[in-house]
Write a protein that binds this ligand. Structure first.
Ligand code: SF4
Ligand code: SF4
Length: 771
């Protein structure tokens, strides 16, 4: 079974009863009532068998990381002694097989200092349920006596905010009730200074629809309007805290992953373990019908491979394929994903329906796309737990897929703000003003096509060349070329002027039409079927959609690399020539095929040797620029700080290309990180000695080299043989020496110090090289 079919997230029910009687609880109040027959408390033998099953599965599938969420009922009812023992056993059994993320989801009422101490010690992040201020929270979250739980929950959050317990503060989970004022709810949640907030739509199905206010004209989508009020305020506030639902919809809008099974098409690789050891599907299904989450399997009788093969669990990995026809044809399905599976249920048709929140989800997604962004500008991310977590993740070496996509998303927001600022202030002649208007319209009507423009690595270098103080002669015609490419992606009907440069009309990311010289430019006509480029005195170049490859007069930007990591092989765009090493000219077919083989080979090498770098590579590198070979035979590679997601590579074999790729991947990630926070003090002139150069290096350059060499050392340490051992020893020593040198300066900011110390800790944690 390949890793894609493995289970990586486990919801472990450790106590099946609760000290609250929330009237919106899907465990006790909704259709499923299986809790009545479950043991109240998980037996340690069951918990140990669960841990063994997880470890066995992680080893079999070479999983690097798994997540276990302790859940209930109310997991704190297990008490400190039994929780401590259970966590000790989980860590001892699972950690040798895979890194273990431990999370606990609680109502917080029973949280004590002793428990917080246990959670810090076992590195457990605790999520607390809170629906807003006292009035909002008490609407549902009460004790059996009817008494309010609000004060007890605030006490729990106060404990988690204490510096010694802060590492255990995972965030707040808020169930939406449209009867509450959204801004008051948002403000109340923010006041608890959580590291993360998540909003959950109340569980409902077509049989038991969610509460909706008495009908007025606007009441078709009350949940969308409620969430949008918070979304707008959150944007105005500069996104002071990650909000999982919003972050997921923003990430999926640009092709990134979702952080929640509530939205998006990412495969769901989750199982629940009940207190009696029964393997179950996602808990939320309990809202649908009695026994909806059951699989008939148990930790005593069935392995996780068998659970993963259960048809209903396997179906969750199918993305859009498991959705109904309406969802599959829906223009926002990539972001919505049909919502939470439980919310699609209707007696008779089962789960083969859109979500009962369909209208709300569609409006939320469409309206979020149209919201003006608050420019993130440069180095604007505030210090705090979110930034710390990203820095720690990146400093470990590969960085997670989530962080790579987050960097991409932030990069696109930055590019969008820059595009609006720069082009909005340019005096544009008539044909370019029309192109700008069309591009803005596409931003509204075809956001996916517009996002393709924002993903263009050459967009930012071009925008910067347009700034008045750039000292460069900007080619303003590139704006029309970008707009033309967006129109082609959108498949709209449009006609616009495009520039001819060196006898070609280039559409960034798509290819070049060979027209011959035409000083006055050419006309691009786009239809849903394709496009035509017409220049005076030359035959028209017609390109039909759906017919990939070269057509007469058309040089496409080729696609290369494996299915898991498709990249553009850009040997055409004039702006690609911004690397430290000269770029190669247009490749012949044979040379292009060699590049495809080379990138596939590098992917295979990394899959074998360093699979934890692959998610970041997929997220952060989308374009490869072939460079010229070095006549001296040196391996050459390059990145350009502003050209996010592009790397330049000269030809090398698969193993060497793998090393060059991880080296450049680090530069790409670090460049994007530097857009968000300062790692070095501005205007400092400090230089340091680094082992890989004879001259003293500015701290920024030393930091770039350090981060790149960290990954290279990491790669060599995983290879065998004398040469690998020597390289590992050399690069590891370089990283240690450079980190040490940087930490001795006063040129690093707090974030920079954390980042460099994180790298130092990463290499310190690796095995000592053979002498
Ligand atoms: S705290 Fe959670 S488990 Fe307990 S009754 Fe409320 S919603 Fe249900
Ligand atoms: S918006 Fe509605 S139709 Fe579209 S994917 Fe979501 S639930 Fe399905």
């Amino acid at each position: 079974m390949p890793q894609a079919d493995a289970i990586t997230e486990y919801v472990l029910k450790v106590h099946s009863r609760c000290d609250l009687r929330c009237d919106h609880c899907y465990v006790y109040v909704h259709r499923d009532q299986t809790w009545i027959d479950r043991p109240k408390v998980i037996d340690p033998a069951v918990a140990h068998r669960v841990a063994e099953r997880i470890a066995e599965h992680a080893r079999a599938h070479r999983l690097h990381r798994v997540r276990v969420v302790l859940h209930g009922g109310e997991p704190l009812l297990l008490g400190p002694r039994r929780l401590d023992a259970l966590l000790t056993d989980l860590r001892a059994t699972v950690s040798p097989a895979a890194a273990l993320d431990l999370v606990l989801q609680s109502n917080g009422v029973q949280l004590t200092e002793e428990l917080c101490g246990i959670f810090v010690r076992h590195r457990v992040r605790v999520g607390i349920s809170l629906d807003g201020d006292a009035e909002a929270n008490d609407r549902h979250r009460r004790f059996g006596t009817g008494a309010s739980s609000h004060a007890a929950v605030l006490r729990a959050l106060e404990l988690l905010r204490r510096p010694e317990f802060r590492p255990a503060y995972g965030g707040i989970l808020c169930t939406v009730d449209v009867a509450n004022d959204p801004i008051r709810v948002y403000t109340a949640l923010l006041a608890e200074r959580p590291p993360r907030i998540d909003f959950l739509l109340p569980h409902a199905t077509w049989d038991d629809p969610p509460p909706r206010p008495m009908s007025t004209v606007d009441d078709r989508t009350p949940y969308a309007r409620w969430l949008l009020r918070i979304y707008r305020r959150w944007l105005q506030d500069g996104r002071p805290v990650p909000v999982r639902l919003f972050d997921s919809l923003r990430s999926t809008a640009v092709g990134g992953p979702s952080q929640t099974e509530s939205v998006g098409l990412d495969p769901v690789a989750l199982v629940v373990i009940e207190t009696d050891g029964a393997w179950e599907q996602a808990d939320s299904l309990k809202t649908a019908f009695h026994g909806a989450a059951g699989t008939g399997m148990s930790v005593w009788t069935h392995s996780l491979d068998e659970v993963a093969a259960h048809p209903d669990i396997a179906a969750r990995r199918d993305g859009a394929a498991e959705l109904c026809a309406t969802c599959r044809a829906c223009p926002v399905v990539r972001q919505c994903g049909g919502g939470l599976r439980a919310h699609r249920y209707r007696t008779g048709s089962g789960f083969d329906n859109p979500s009962v929140y369909c209208a709300d989800l569609e409006e939320l997604i469409r309206s979020m796309r149209g919201e003006p962004e608050v420019s993130t500008g440069s180095a604007t991310m505030a210090p705090g737990p979110e930034l710390d977590a990203r820095l720690d993740d990146l400093a470990a070496g590969p960085g997670s897929a989530d962080t790579a996509w987050w960097l991409l998303e932030q990069g696109q927001l930055y590019a969008k703000a820059l595009l609006l600022d720069v082009v909005g202030s340019l005096p544009l002649p008539a044909p370019l003003a029309e192109a700008w208007q069309l591009l803005n319209e596409l931003g509204e009507t075809a956001p996916d096509a517009f996002a393709q423009v924002l993903r263009q690595p050459w967009l930012r270098p071009w925008l910067l060349s347009c700034l008045p103080d750039a000292g460069a002669h900007a080619d303003l015609g590139y704006l029309a070329a970008l707009t033309g490419a967006a129109a082609v992606h959108a498949g709209v009907t449009a006609e616009l002027w495009v520039p001819v440069r060196d006898g070609r009309v280039h559409l960034p990311g798509l290819g070049s039409a060979v027209t011959g010289p035409a000083a006055g430019g050419a006309t691009l006509r786009v239809t849903p079927d394709g496009f035509t480029v017409t220049a005076p005195g030359s035959p028209a170049v017609a390109v039909h959609r759906g017919r990939p490859g070269e057509q007469p007069g058309w040089l496409p930007v080729r696609h290369a690399g494996p299915d898991e990591w498709p990249v553009l092989l850009d040997d055409l765009d004039a702006l690609r020539d911004c690397q430290d090493w000269p770029v190669a000219d247009r490749l012949g077919d044979e040379a292009a095929r060699a590049w495809d083989d080379r990138l596939r080979g590098a992917w295979t090498v990394l899959t074998r040797e360093a699979p934890d770098y692959l998610p970041a590579l997929r997220g952060a590198v989308h374009t490869v620029v072939p460079l010229r070979d070095d006549p001296a035979g040196e391996h050459r590679s390059a990145t350009q700080r502003e050209a996010f997601a592009a790397v330049g590579l000269a030809a090398a074999d698969g193993a060497a290309t793998a090393v060059l790729l991880v080296h450049e991947l680090q530069h790409v990630k670090l460049g994007a990180l530097l857009d968000l926070c300062d790692l070095t003090e501005p205007d400092n002139l400090t230089t340091v000695t680094v082992p890989w150069r004879e001259d003293e290096r500015p701290v920024d350059a030393a930091l770039q080299g350090l981060y790149a060499h960290l990954a290279v050392a990491d790669l060599w340490r995983r290879r065998s043989g004398a040469a690998a051992a020597g390289n590992y020893r050399r690069y590891r020593a370089w990283v240690s020496a450079a980190a040490d040198a940087l930490l001795r300066t006063s040129a690093l900011t707090g974030a920079g110090t954390r980042f460099v110390a994180g790298m130092q800790a990463a290499v310190d944690g690796w095995p000592a090289p053979d002498p």
